[in-house]
Ligand binder design. Sequence first.
Ligand code: JB3
Length: 212
Amino acid sequence: MSDPVLIIGAGGHAKVLVEALLAEGALIAGMLDADPARLGDSVLGVPVIGDDNTAEDFPRDAVRLVNGIGSIGLPEMRRSIFERFSARGYRFATVVHPSAVVASDVELGAGAQIMAGAVLQPGCRIGDNVIINTRASVDHDCTIGDHTHIAPGVTLSGGVTVGSGCHVGTGATVIQGVRIGDGSVIGAGAVVTKDVAAGLTVVGVPAKVVVR
Ligand code: JB3
């Protein structure tokens, strides 16, 4: 990484990103948080320097952003941060923790975040603003749509397609070849054995629809 990065948010997800960025050797210019009470805090030694307006103090071509807003359900706030700053001409850095295993041909979208211990096998395509969280395993030829969060410990078998704006909850398993539609939520620990249409929430083993 060459340009310094600014992290949007200073909560739990941002803290894990700071650790990954420091491990990558990135230069972190600071963190921006909407909560004025956070101004002056530091996270693993990185200062909170302002809110989103503070980004204007940095020329767009001399800094890259890291989206530190996570999600525990649909990633709408995270998506909105990415779209709002992208529309204003900012670039988002990809983050790949050095302990992640990323096959040589994997395609990573703008701002994709691959956290510690994740494994991405050959043929995978990871969209913009995606989180592949701690120790998630994404096997060969999977496609993950923009803004989707693959939570810690998820297992995706080969050839799985996950749409955009989805949440695949902690420890869920998706068997090979399954397609998950845009905006779906997969509950923590679910085992998904069949395709899931767009906009559904499924839970359980085997996973069943609970919200349409
Ligand atoms: O499950 C895991 C491993 N991580 C979760 C992550 C994926 O999602 C984590 O446990 C949390 O559930 C969640 O992390 P996140 O998004 O960091 O949540 P939280 O710890 O609540 O921190 C959110 C921070 O973002 C707060 O400090 C807010 O003030 C700040 N914030 C909210 N909206 C914002 C904005 N900051 C900026 N700059 N701009 C905003 O619009």
